[in-house]
Design a protein around this ligand. Structure first.
Ligand SMILES: *[C@@H]1O[C@H](CO)[C@@H](O)[C@H](O)[C@H]1NC(C)=O
Ligand SMILES: *[C@@H]1O[C@H](CO)[C@@H](O)[C@H](O)[C@H]1NC(C)=O
Ligand SMILES: *[C@@H]1O[C@H](CO)[C@@H](O)[C@H](O)[C@H]1NC(C)=O
Ligand SMILES: *[C@@H]1O[C@H](CO)[C@@H](O)[C@H](O)[C@H]1NC(C)=O
Length: 496
């Protein structure tokens, strides 16, 4: 296609030109020939861009007569548009015009044309113009990052920047490095986790922060115990497991080889010696599991240990037992019926033990005290005595109880009654009904338990008869008459 273009410009006569051009495919139809450099700009949000147009086939009379426009400014001079006015600067001469547009935003994305103020050219602007794209910065991180992966963070723009700038990288607000639009973390470690942003050196523009989440299995697991120090029977104890992992772990508690609990903490209320043992915590997430070192739990308790069977006269030793071996040899305290004794070792000697020693004992060490134990001292019967009921004169025909009492531990199981040397009865009480003078005599009680036998002193029983005694000259009893009233009726003569 051949185009003939005649452009006449109002200039001083000396520089007036007549240009006749024969060109094909270069000049816009019915347009004027301008050349843009660059033709496309990808600019960072907030930056300043410079567009340049060169008049190709003409020289304009004055730079004052050129201006820039866009559809957004309705093809009018940008300087007349309040939206642009403050951000626009023109520079130029008779062959070119430069537009400086400051603080560009996405709203400025458009095609910009350079124009000439001459009504003859209105409606004939068909040149390509300069396409402006404005981009922000965006850090792109892989969705799922596991420690050890090869990870690349990319500082993304929506258009490809005309000039390749130097990118700077920040982690958690701190400058990291200046490099390209890619940050390589190879291999990535959990220490790389954080908030990343990128920026362009020399520009105010910064990307929003993006969090890099690095997933990893449990590390550095540890178990702590509360309260620390000695653990006293009956108290409450909490074990706490902590491990570093992402995502968070599940915890299991293992005593020996058995799982005894779940969760970050494991609480034992009213702890007792059966809770002593080795505890471990296992933490696991989808990326691995880890077992803590064993924590040995010693439930400290004190107990007074006494021999099973203590018999009066034995040499007896009470021992203050602890469930764990104490690293230092501490001072023990012994208490008898609540009162402290002088003994300071873990043993209390009762040599020989007497029944007066049968008391309540407890021991103490390091601020702990044992429960009280009662010392049971066994002994055979002591101080056996016989009592008679009723007391006073005993008249023939009445009923009499003899009761035996004795001090013994365990209590006397067997009582035997003797009149003189012959066994007459058993049991604690010996009853004689309708007593008669033949029952007079000396009575003894024999009491016994497994530790011994003891006889009471003799009790002499005199049965008084309500009778008249006719005595022979020799002094022997000749007659026994029951009652005075029956003297006539019943008269017996007993001859001895
Ligand atoms: C571009 O920059 C302007 C001014 O700093 C800001 O208001 C706007 O949000 C930015 N655009 C984006 C998409 O961040
Ligand atoms: C460009 O932005 C900077 C900072 O955001 C501001 O100080 C300056 O006044 C702006 N310039 C124009 C011409 O709007
Ligand atoms: C009891 O201890 C005393 C002194 O410690 C000793 O003389 C005695 O032989 C011991 N008795 C017995 C039965 O061991
Ligand atoms: C003798 O003991 C029996 C049984 O314990 C009792 O019933 C009786 O009253 C006692 N007699 C006297 C005289 O104490």
């Amino acid at each position: 296609m051949t185009v003939a273009l005649l452009i006449s410009l109002r200039m001083s006569l000396t520089v007036s030109l007549l240009v006749l051009i024969f060109i094909s495919g270069v000049v816009a139809q019915d347009g004027w020939a301008v050349h843009y450099n660059p033709k496309y700009i990808c600019a960072l949000n907030g930056s300043t861009v410079t567009m340049k147009c060169m008049y190709r086939y003409l020289v304009i009379d004055s730079s004052q007569n050129s201006f820039w426009s866009t559809i957004r400014s309705s093809d009018e001079d940008l300087l007349n548009d309040p939206y642009y006015r403050d951000r626009v600067q023109y520079h130029g001469d008779q062959q070119q015009s430069t537009l400086r547009l400051m603080n560009v935003t996405e709203k400025d994305q458009s095609t910009y044309h350079c124009r000439y103020k001459d009504d003859r050219f209105r409606g004939r602007y068909r040149d390509r113009g300069v396409d402006l794209s404005v981009t922000d910065l965006q850090v792109e991180v892989p969705e799922r990052v596991i420690e050890g992966d090869k990870v690349t963070l990319t500082c993304k723009t929506t258009c490809s920047l005309t000039v390749q700038p130097t990118f700077t990288w920040y982690r958690n607000g701190r400058y990291l490095s200046s490099s390209t639009d890619q940050l390589h973390l190879q291999p990535v470690s959990r220490k790389d986790a954080g908030r990343y942003r990128c920026a362009v050196l020399g520009q105010d523009l910064r990307s929003p922060e993006v969090t890099l989440n690095v997933r990893y299995g449990p590390k550095s697991i540890s178990v702590s115990i509360s309260p620390s120090g000695k653990i006293v029977e009956g108290s409450s104890v909490t074990l706490t497991c902590s491990s570093d992992a992402n995502p968070p772990v599940e915890y299991n508690w293992i005593k020996g080889t058995t799982i005894v609990g779940k969760g970050k903490t494991y609480t034992m209320k009213e702890i007792s010696s059966v809770d002593s043992g080795q505890y471990k915590c296992r933490s696991s997430n989808e990326h691995g599991e880890k077992l803590s070192e064993a924590l040995t739990l010693n439930v400290l308790y004190l107990q007074v240990e006494v021999p099973e069977r203590v018999i009066e006269g034995d040499n007896v030793t009470l021992t203050c037992k602890t469930t764990c071996s104490l690293t230092v040899t501490p001072t023990f305290t012994w208490y008898r019926n609540g009162r402290s004794l002088s003994s300071s070792t873990d043993q209390l000697h009762l040599q020989p033990v007497s029944r007066e020693d049968a008391d309540r004992y407890r021991c103490g060490v390091l601020g702990l005290t044992s429960p009280e134990v009662i010392l049971n001292v066994r002994y055979g019967p002591k101080s056996v005595s016989v009592s008679i009921s009723p007391s006073g004169e005993i008249v023939e025909g009445s009923s009499v109880n003899l009761t035996c009492s004795s001090d013994a531990n365990p209590p006397v199981q067997n009582y035997n009654w003797f009149k003189g040397t012959s066994l007459v009865g058993k049991g604690e009480t010996y009853t004689m009904k309708k007593i008669s003078s033949v029952d007079s005599g000396e009575y003894k009680c024999k009491s016994s338990n497994e530790h011994g036998v003891k006889y009471s002193t003799a009790l002499s029983l005199d049965v008084l008869c309500e009778c008249l005694c006719l005595c022979s000259p020799t002094g022997r009893i000749l007659t026994l008459i029951k009652t005075i009233q029956s003297l006539e009726d019943h008269s017996h003569i007993l001859l001895n």
